[in-house]
Write a protein that binds this ligand. Structure first.
Ligand SMILES: *Cc1c(COP(=O)(O)O)cnc(C)c1O
Length: 399
């Protein structure tokens, strides 16, 4: 097959505008297309390949677990998944439990159902979820509202929940909503991803934490993009003095394979009862085994620390670049290996910039139309940072 672009348009529903590249293989921090061109991957499959591609330890685990079993259903005790759950709990809460699913949106769905359970249990007149304007928590529709098996949907009378949208960092509005509308929970991304890489103000996060305690609400953090070492700590919230009740994870944890889930603390760990939730594939033993290796590498082999140091260097060099070209770059937001560069360019100009960088062998992402988003792997090398900076500089000077 030669014309992949045409075949793609013919046979795959066009829900995304793709880059004009067909990937043949990947290795380390690089992607290779079918014409043999190499690209430095500063996008990592949308924050998934946190340790780059084909890491030898991940490949070892893939073969080892693959030879044991790929799938067994959740009818049995599943050692790789149990190990992963234990480690996720130990690195977050003093006591807690994990629910596994296959993706980020499913983690959000699980959170909605968990909150519904909480509402039902508490009977305190609190109902609904507060979210922040322009937040992103996934694309499913609440599949359960269409599932008509009484045993499956009946235990969730609260599913037609109200949603309250509040403006970012507005503590007063948040306090008003929480006191007057009586929502049951708040769900936030500690650093908004698709919304343009925006760090929530630390004081705002603390205030959310406080109001959840005062009003007996659940504090849920969506760490689907920020988690798994991307921002320098295992989960981004851990850099603040806050204590969520539910942590959503997905993307990076499976080392490239699909897995997602939620971690609940002592307030939320036992809300689900047998039959309340589940899915056929999760937890995939293969994804879970990879998850354990990802944690080995991040925590025991020091890759999270190395990533933090390289991120520091990357930020410093990018900040210099912003100062050098203030008519193009405005300012940066984000943390660690999750960076949004605000530009003075139009959406078209930013796209053009992205394409030109691609021609130079560097893959960056654009989000919220005009924001250049970098989601580099924690395995990024200093010389690769230098290459990025040099290429951007040359590109600007020659265009
Ligand atoms: C990507 C993402 C999701 C959705 O995850 P999917 O696996 O694409 O369903 C939810 N929340 C955040 C913050 C994300 O970045």
């Amino acid at each position: 097959m030669d014309n992949w672009a045409t075949l793609d348009q013919t046979y795959i529903m066009s829900t995304v505008t793709r880059l004009p590249i067909t990937i043949d293989r990947a290795e380390g921090n690089y992607l290779y297309d079918i014409d043999g061109n190499r690209y430095l991957d500063l996008f990592t499959g949308l924050a998934v390949n946190i340790l780059g591609h084909t890491h030898p330890r991940l490949m070892e685990t893939l073969v080892e677990q693959g030879n044991r079993f790929l799938h067994i259903s959740n009818l049995f005790h599943n050692p790789p998944a149990i190990q992963l759950a234990k480690r996720l709990v130990e690195h977050t809460f003093t006591k807690g439990k994990v629910f596994f699913c296959n993706s980020g949106a499913e983690a959000t769905e699980a959170t909605i159902k968990l909150i519904s359970k909480w509402t039902d249990l508490k009977q305190n007149g609190r109902h609904g979820i507060v979210v922040i304007q322009n937040s992103f928590h996934g694309r499913t529709l609440g599949a359960l509202r269409l599932t008509r098996q009484p045993g499956v949907y009946q235990n969730f009378p609260q599913l037609s929940f109200p949603v309250f949208e509040v403006p970012l960092n507005d503590t007063e509005e948040l306090a008003n909503i929480c006191r007057e509308k009586k929502p049951a929970a708040i769900l936030v991304e500690p650093i908004m991803g698709a919304g343009g890489v925006i760090c929530l103000a630390p004081a705002y996060l603390k205030m959310i934490n406080q109001i959840c305690r005062e009003e007996d609400m659940l504090f849920c953090v969506d760490e689907i993009q920020t988690g798994v070492g991307r921002t320098g700590t295992l989960f981004a919230y851990q850099d603040y003095d806050i204590h969520p009740d539910v942590i959503l994870f997905a993307k990076g944890i499976g080392g490239g394979l699909p897995i997602g889930g939620i971690i609940g603390n002592e307030r939320t760990a036992d809300l689900f009862k047998p039959g309340d939730h589940g899915t056929t594939f999760a937890p995939s033993p293969l994804s879970a085994a990879l998850g354990n290796t990802v944690l080995d590498l991040l925590l025991d082999d020091g890759l999270m620390k190395t990533g933090r140091e390289t991120a520091h260097y990357l930020w410093r060099e990018l900040e210099k670049l912003c100062k050098e070209f203030p008519h193009i770059f405005n300012y940066m937001d984000g943390k660690g290996m999750m960076i949004g560069i605000r530009t003075h360019l139009t959406a078209n100009e930013v796209n053009h910039f992205q394409r030109q960088l691609l021609e130079r062998g560097i893959l960056v992402n654009v989000t919220a139309q005009t924001i250049i988003r970098l989601l580099p792997p924690l395995t990024l090398q200093h010389r690769e940072v230098d290459s990025l900076i040099e290429n951007v500089r040359e590109l600007i000077k020659t265009s």
